[in-house]
Design a protein around this ligand. Structure first.
Ligand code: GTP
Ligand code: MG
Length: 450
């Protein structure tokens, strides 16, 4: 890891300025050789004006920043060359660096070095990647909290508390002669486990929500033909994207679009109305609708207020009953003929796409279903990704098991094993004892130059 790495850190497009970045011990000497002035006597965190030279030929007029270890992004010496933007200049400077002893950085290698050199933990490193790719103000804030290590701190503190309980248990097992001093009673253990359970559950729930916020919520519009799914999509996205007619089976292919509710991205899928049909194209459309059903986070089942519940409606109610679901009863501008007193459902919204009555209620309901109606600054701490959530789920299962074990009076060493596993898993989240292979894979997902 001691070699010098270099790469172009700015996006490969035409712009006024680009940055070529170099990290590793010896990087100041290396750039010094290519620079018209000396860098060797420069203080850390200073900028020097000059030219990048290829022997006697001026390559570019640049500003060079020198950052000396250890107070740098990677904890190594870093030099940043601010040169003129554009492909040719940056490539030429990079080429000179590579010819003079630097190696091309792998994607994410700067951040990987920051992690391996102990400047940031794994969560913070992932947050850097999220920050680069964030598309909304909310996800930007979330990622920035992650870069600042807020969630890492919460996890570390929880881990510390668990370690204390583990230490107590161990003393009880190994040194029974001290048992008077540090006896771990079931009551004491129980109190702690209840506390840990609450904390793990809280982190898991908020992380899941934030993952949704980060990726956007996938919402599918389903219903029999002609209930107004495409009309609803058009109104929600405020654009005439899907074709609307009074002919049943108008939508054949899935129509995809997105809009925002309070800065949360909603990815909306309008599907073909589900019914039995001899039309081959429509059959394919219906098949696709069912595929979308599998993949969405939320189903909006649209019913027609102006008609009695049909067999298709009933089939769809049955088909979607295990999904997170909102029932939107459309066309309430017309006479009400639907009778839904048999449908036991708390998420029902009435409205219509002509006067747009009920559409704001529908949007509020979407946020309510995911419990993200009011996002507080604290909630944004729980930056998330699938890796963290799968680990948290394991922790959640284990803490529930421990709770059961305590209630069934199982021996304390059984409880200790599970608690230790939770402690290990929480360590994985922040990157303690994480295997090298996984770390490599994760950092490869970074933009080059970060
Ligand atoms: N009165 C009234 N008519 C509506 C409303 N929403 C949609 N319609 C009409 O219902 C008909 C069908 O609307 P679409 O949006 O195409 O229905 P769909 O569910 O997408 O239909 P398919 O694509 O065939 O599955 C059109 O004539 C719309 O103008 C509403 O709220 N009130
Ligand atoms: Mg349609």
């Amino acid at each position: 890891m001691n070699d010098i790495i270099a790469c172009i850190s700015t996006a490969p497009t035409v712009g006024a300025i680009s940055i070529v970045r170099v990290s590793g011990n010896g990087s100041i000497n290396l750039v010094d050789k290519l620079f018209s002035r000396t860098l060797l006597n420069k203080d850390s965190h200073t900028i020097t004006y000059g030219h990048i030279m290829d022997n006697n030929e001026k390559i570019d007029e640049v500003l060079v920043s020198v950052f000396k270890a250890p107070k740098t992004y990677t904890k190594e010496d870093i030099v940043e060359i601010n040169c003129h933007g554009g492909h040719a200049t940056t490539e030429k400077i990079l080429e000179l660096l590579l010819d003079n002893g630097a190696r091309l950085a792998e994607p994410g290698e700067f951040t990987k070095r920051a992690y391996l050199n102990g400047r940031i933990d794994l969560l913070e490193a992932e947050a850097v990647s999220d920050l680069i790719s964030s598309k909304t103000e909310l996800t930007r804030k979330m990622a920035l909290n992650g870069v600042g290590g807020k969630l890492s701190k919460i996890i570390s503190e929880l881990r510390g508390d668990i370690a204390l309980v583990l230490a107590n248990i161990e003393v009880n097992i190994d040194y029974p002669e001290y048992i008077d001093e540090v006896v771990v009673t079931n009551k004491l253990l129980d109190e702690n486990i209840i506390k840990f359970k609450k904390q793990i559950n809280n982190i898991l729930t908020k992380s899941k929500n934030n993952l949704l916020i980060k990726n956007g919520i996938k919402v599918g519009l389903f219903g029999k033909p002609n209930v107004g799914k495409s009309s609803l999509l058009n109104k929600l996205i405020e654009e005439e994207k899907a074709i609307v007619t009074n002919i049943e089976g108008t939508t054949r292919d899935v129509v995809e679009s997105s809009f925002k509710i309070n800065d949360i991205i909603i990815n909306l899928y309008d599907t073909a109305g589900i019914r039995k049909t001899d039309d081959v194209i429509e059959q394919i459309g219906v098949k696709k609708s069912l595929e979308v059903l599998d993949m969405v986070d939320l189903v909006i089942l649209v019913l027609n207020s102006n008609q009695e519940l049909s067999d298709y409606d009933k089939e769809l109610l049955e088909l979607t009953k295990n999904k997170t679901r909102i029932i939107f009863i459309n066309k309430n501008d017309l006479d009400k003929k639907i009778d839904i007193h048999n449908i036991v459902e708390k998420n029902i919204v009435y409205g219509n796409t002509l006067t747009e009555h009920g559409l704001d209620d529908l949007k509020d309901k979407i946020l309510e279903v995911f419990n993200i109606g009011k996002i507080t600054e604290e909630d944004l701490t729980y930056l998330s990704n699938a890796r963290i959530i799968s680990i948290l789920k394991k922790c959640n299962n284990l803490i529930n098991e421990i709770d059961n074990s305590i209630n069934s009076n199982l021996p304390i060493d059984m409880i200790e094993i599970d608690l230790k596993e939770i402690w290990n898993l929480l360590g994985e989240i922040i990157g303690e004892n994480y295997s090298e292979e996984l770390i490599d894979t994760m950092f490869k997902n970074f933009c080059l130059g970060k």
